[in-house]
Design a protein around this ligand. Structure first.
Ligand code: SAM
Length: 464
């Protein structure tokens, strides 16, 4: 947002990243600013934004609060942030809109109508939200199970991976990753909207994008040549079968007699029309009862080893720009490593698509067989399942990736997930779920229902 506003004659005081609320408000007061902007940049803290809004209310601020950044949304701003502050809180969907929003808010002629419109719109979003969560028709878990994905498990003999258990890929050459980078999210990190490479020619943000791009290439070149970051991956495969419902049981042996771990998945409970199934990821693994010897894979990768030292050095030099740049590049490299390992899994490690040759655009479009869903994402929204994943992969010991108490990965430039090989594999969202499934899930995980409800609160379709 800042870059674009500055180009349009707004004076922007950039406080950098991870700035405490008190400092933001103190600076806003001292500098008599016309508005405050918060961005979900790099380390998004949506709760922190709500906190800043509450502090503005408590301290009697009257200036507008703008919310932007790739991880924010209008719905989130309306539902979670705006209610904390009695003054205008406006979501800025992308950098190109920042100028319009800021101009409207500072114009005597436009401000009143603009604020009235936004307030009414956000109120409507909140009401629609409240209605949708409680009114969208859902069915009992038993009925959803009866409508599980109809997969012919006997149609293919499951491909046998080239190894069982976990393998570490230490110090993957960064050169291998550069060509696998998806650059579009890089520009989103800097709040420049548009697809790479078209964004470089965009009439509005093209100039800012080109300058950022040149800086990124220069730093990436040094990251690779001078080995600023180290890339490490762990990949594992295990004999596995589903229990016919939502659990995937992994076995320690090929005879499938000794259970090793259970991956718990969740099933969609919305009422579906026209023969569409109620998906759970477990549907992608043959049920034990079929007698089919199926397999399950998982991975964790990081390119964040060495990052903290670089960031500290840039920050010591007060070079916030480079500090954000290196973090953004490390994030891109981590995704590229996930992409590269998945490609190797399909072609040589699980080897179910040995002759696949896809260019980077096709990889980004997921034009391959199989998926790599990540816990915390819509098909598997329970972050705590990363605990099982990390134990299985020995991700901390082997790759130096740890989980925080809230199951975030450290270093932050890390990606983890499951591998499913079946041609029927697809991403989906579990959506809102009902208490009957939550109780069943809690029993399967050996946890108290309120504990599970806390972790699953974003997907609960009922009030606790
Ligand atoms: N090219 C992108 C990049 O570089 O940022 C890839 C990352 S993007 C976040 C896509 C990844 O998110 C998928 O590979 C998968 O791990 C995860 N993902 C997306 N949709 C998902 C869903 N519905 N359920 C689970 N995981 C999902």
């Amino acid at each position: 947002m800042g870059v674009v506003l500055q180009c349009n004659n707004f004076e922007v005081i950039d406080l950098g990243v991870m700035v405490p609320a008190a400092k933001i408000l103190e600076t806003a007061r001292a500098e008599r600013v016309d508005m405050i902007g918060l961005s979900g940049l790099i380390t998004p803290s949506l709760e922190e934004m709500a906190f800043v809004a509450g502090e503005m209310e408590r301290e009697g601020f009257t200036i507008p609060l703008l919310i932007g950044g790739a991880t924010t949304s209008k719905a989130h701003t309306a539902v979670k942030i705006a209610p904390h502050y009695g003054q205008p809180v406006v979501h800025v969907a992308d950098a190109s809109r920042a100028v319009g929003v800021a101009s409207s808010l500072t114009s005597d002629g436009l401000r009143e109508q603009f604020v009235a419109d936004v307030t009414a719109e956000y109120q409507a979003v909140r009401e629609a939200r409240a209605d949708r969560a409680t009114q969208a028709p859902r069915q009992p878990i038993a009925a959803a199970r009866a409508n599980k994905a109809k997969i012919d498990y006997l149609a293919h003999v499951p491909p046998v991976p080239t190894f069982t258990g976990v393998r570490t890929f230490d110090d993957v050459p960064l050169e291998e990753l550069v060509g696998r980078i998806d650059w579009t999210p890089f520009f989103q990190t800097w709040e420049l909207a548009g697809h790479y490479p078209d964004i470089l020619k965009d009439p509005v943000v093209g100039e800012a994008a080109r300058s950022l791009w040149a800086d990124a290439q220069a730093m990436l070149d040094r990251v690779v040549r001078e080995r600023w970051l180290k890339a490490r991956a762990v990949v594992g495969f295990w004999p596995a079968n589903s229990d016919g419902a939502e659990d995937i049981v992994l076995f320690a042996d090929h005879a499938r007699t000794t259970p090793l771990a259970t991956v718990h998945t969740l099933r969609q409970q919305m009422v579906k029309g026209d023969g569409r199934p109620n998906w759970a990821l477990a549907d992608l693994v043959a049920p034990k009862a079929t007698g089919v010897a199926d397999w399950f894979g998982a991975f964790a990768v990081t390119t964040g080893l060495g990052l903290d030292e670089r960031v500290a050095a840039f920050e010591a030099d007060k070079d916030d720009y480079s500090s954000i740049m290196i973090k953004a590049l490390a994030d891109r490299l981590a995704e590229a490593l996930a992409e590269r390992m998945h490609e190797r899994v399909r072609r040589e490690l699980w080897a179910y698509a040995p002759s696949e040759t896809l260019d980077n655009a096709a990889l980004i479009n997921e034009a391959y067989q199989g998926i790599r869903p990540a816990p915390g994402y819509p098909a598997c929204p329970d972050h705590t399942e990363k605990g099982t994943l990390f134990r299985l992969l020995e991700a901390t010991e082997r790759a130096g990736i740890t989980l925080t108490e809230s199951y975030a990965m450290l270093p932050a430039s890390a990606v983890s997930g499951y591998y499913f090989w079946r041609p029927e594999s697809q991403y989906f969202g579990v959506g809102k779920i009902e208490k009957d499934q939550v109780e069943d899930y809690a029993r399967r995980k050996g946890l108290e229902v309120p504990v599970v409800e806390r972790w699953l609160s974003p997907v609960l379709g009922y009030n606790r």
